[in-house]
Design a protein around this ligand. Structure first.
Ligand code: TYD
Ligand code: MG
Length: 469
């Protein structure tokens, strides 16, 4: 009888232990151990780490040490995917021989996006779409819905990586899509699909294939409840590019961002809209985000943040109501909760406004996430507006970061932000005074720049001068 051996592996750092541990002694994370069983007498029953070494080493051609030279280096060969928003995030297209991990919550549209990309690539390249989740007829139905004509697009519904490689030998693809890496398994590894070892080994095989044959590989990865890629953190280290596909699945706006990119920058985002017939690229995200903007309502304020190289105007909505709870509620969607608390504290302390007896809800319209602090002034104004029930004029857009003493700090790339606001029809643009000292802002006729130095300067912006406490 074959002996089986059980080890517990940390999904974050790969640490192995003979017994289950609540906290990993190597990386210090909690609840990351999962059980993995493998047969000791099986031919490949080496430890997972040893087998991975052979997988990766064995898949690469033996190379000689070379002198590092910077002359005549070939440019990365990039293939544009036909979806400029996706190419933008990658840094100009998929690099030949690179491995991209696309992760996101279930139902966000990963399979839809990849199928659309496959279709546009399949005109001139051979693409192999491997699905471990859907049947060929399901994929065909989706392709029909998206109006895709196949070209040289091959579909393979398989989860065994060896069989997939054999399939790939037959069609000799330029691009392989694996949907999803969590469903794949390697028969030499005796653990269940989705386990840390399996994910890592299967990824290792595809990475080997990409590096030796110059095939571009796109892997789909699921995220777990905490929002990180289900499976080992090492997967993120193994691949060249990690993309996150995010958005509220009930809303239509979808954003792709790069978390890691060996071939480009990580601050670009790609914006899409989910429609009846698949994902549509959004060239001007601000216009989409402002489309159903409520007018003349208190608690709303437009802000401008920079995402990658693009300015993005979004609408913040806040609702401040008297609380029925012993400790008032604070809820934020699309914006950092700690930042909301900080701004509330500044408003309480510096302006003497009382939020401590109110619930505060704050939301970014359109399901996008704002991470830049240049939205502070807009957030503050939206909350004051809701507290006082006085609308912020519809043609006001706010730019500025707020410090703890209530001072408004300068932000970068002010001209670009102001220009975007003007383009979208905002006629009163709130700008930190400190920015005006450095740059001379030129605006068109009919547009006013409202300089703000401290949080006190925000009050006169509201339609009526609010009563002082
Ligand atoms: P899907 O690509 O299956 O998500 P994932 O692979 O990330 O799990 O997309 C799922 C959702 O997208 C599904 O709920 C239906 C919606 N959808 C559309 O709205 N329009 C479309 O044209 C398609 C194909 C899907
Ligand atoms: Mg899917």
């Amino acid at each position: 009888m074959k002996k089986t051996k059980t080890v517990y592996v940390c999904s974050e750092c790969d640490y192995q232990s003979a017994k289950w541990l609540g906290r990993c002694p190597q990386c210090g994370n909690w609840n990351t151990f999962s059980e993995e069983t493998y047969e000791q007498e099986a031919p490949a029953a080496k430890s997972p780490a040893a087998r991975r070494r052979t997988l990766i080493a064995g898949s690469a051609v033996e190379s000689e040490p070379e002198l590092l030279t910077s002359d005549e280096l070939p440019e990365y060969l990039r293939r544009t995917t036909g979806m400029s928003e996706f190419d933008r995030v990658l840094g100009g297209g998929i690099v030949e021989g690179s491995v991209v991990l696309l992760s996101g919550e279930p139902g966000i549209g990963k399979s839809t996006l990849l199928l659309q990309i496959c279709a546009s690539l399949a005109g001139e390249r051979t693409v192999l779409y491997v699905s471990g989740e859907e049947s060929a007829s399901q994929i065909a139905m989706r392709a029909k819905r998206l109006g895709i004509k196949s070209g040289t697009l091959y579909v393979l519904t398989e989860t065994n990586v060896e069989k997939i490689l054999r399939g790939a030998e037959k069609v000799k693809p330029d691009i392989i899509i694996v949907d999803s890496i969590q469903t794949m398994y390697h028969s030499e590894s005796n653990t269940i699909p989705g386990s840390v070892t399996q994910i890592r080994e299967c990824a290792g095989v595809f990475i080997g294939k990409a590096k030796t044959e110059g095939i571009s590989v796109l892997l789909v990865g699921h995220v777990n409840k905490e929002g990180s890629i289900a499976g080992p953190k090492v997967l993120e280290h193994m691949v060249d590019t990690v993309l996150y596909f995010e958005g509220e699945s009930r809303q239509n706006c979808r954003v792709i961002r790069a978390i890691k990119n060996r071939f480009g920058s990580t601050n670009e985002i790609g914006v899409f809209e989910m429609t009846e017939v698949g994902l549509k690229e959004v060239q001007s995200p601000s216009e989409m985000l402002l489309a159903d903007r409520p007018q003349g309502v208190s608690g709303n304020c437009a802000v401008c943040v920079i995402e990658g190289t693009r300015p993005l105007v979004a609408e913040l909505q806040s609702l401040v109501t008297s609380t029925v709870f012993p400790s008032p509620r604070r809820m934020s969607t699309g914006i950092d909760y700690n930042r909301v608390s900080l701004i509330l504290a500044v408003l309480e302390k510096r302006l003497g406004l009382r939020f401590s007896t109110s619930d505060v809800y704050i939301n970014v319209i359109g399901g996008i996430k704002i991470e830049e602090t240049s939205s502070d002034v807009g957030m503050a104004l939206a909350m004051i507006s809701s507290l006082r029930d006085i609308p912020v004029p519809d043609d006001v857009m706010c730019i500025g970061e707020m410090g703890l003493s209530g001072e408004i700090r300068a932000v970068s790339r002010i001209e670009q932000r102001v220009r975007e606001g003007e383009r979208l029809g905002f006629r009163k643009i709130v700008v930190p005074s400190r920015n005006l000292g450095k740059t001379e802002l030129r605006v068109g006729e009919g547009t006013t720049i409202i300089p703000v130095k401290t949080v006190f300067d925000l009050l006169p912006i509201l339609k009526r001068e609010p009563k002082q406490n």
